[in-house]
Design a protein around this ligand. Sequence first.
Ligand SMILES: [Zn+2]
Length: 220
Amino acid sequence: MWALQDGVFRDDEIPQLNIFSTKVFSDMKDEKNVESFCLRNGVDFGSLVTLEQVHSAKVAVVDAGDKGAKIPLADGLLTRQKGLPVAVFTADCLPVFISAGDKCAGVVHAGWKGLHAGVLKEAVRTVVEKFSASPGEITASIGPHIGKCCYRVGEDLKKKFGMQSGETHLDLAAVAKRQMKEEGVKKINVCGRCTCHEEELFFSYRRDKQPKRMISIIQM
Ligand SMILES: [Zn+2]
C-alpha cells in the first residue's frame, strides 16, 4: 500500500527501502535537492545510480562497480547489490518499483513510449533471466503518475494502445499492469495519485510545461 508521510511516498509492501519525492523536496533536476532528499531518507547520495532515460526498452543490471554512475541509453535499473541505491526521475511517467524478495530490486521509468517499446516486460524478463527469480516472486509497484483522469490522448496513441473509438483518456497504469501480468507477475500495486491534478504535491510536465522532476529510489 502506497502512503504519504513527511513529503515522501512509499509502498510498505515492498521490503526494500523505497521512496518517491514530492514537491516538498523541490525539483530533482537540481542535484543539491537530490542530495538533501537522500540525506533526509538515509540514502548515500554518492552511491546513487541513475539513468540517462531515453524512453527505451533497455534495462541495465548494475552492481557495486557502478556506484554513482549515470547509465546511458536505458530506462530501467536492477541490482542485487546491498546498499546500492538506484533511481529514476519522472514527472508524469510511471515510476515502477520492482522487487524480487532478497534476489534483486530495481526501478523503471515508463511513459507511453517505454510501455509501447516494452520496457516493463523487459524488466520482468531480466529479473527472471539474470536473478533466477520466478515472475511469481516479483512485487511491482507503480508510483504517482498522470492518471487516466488527466491523460487525454490523440488518434496516434489511441491506435497504438488499441483504445476503443469512444475512449479519450489513456490509462497508463492499466497498460503497465496488463503487460506485467502477461509476463506472469501477480502482485502489482498502483498508487492512485495523479501528478497532473494534484498540483500541491507533484510536478507535472503536461500541466506545468516545465521539465521539473520527482525522484524514485529503491535500495536492496
Ligand atoms: Zn488527474
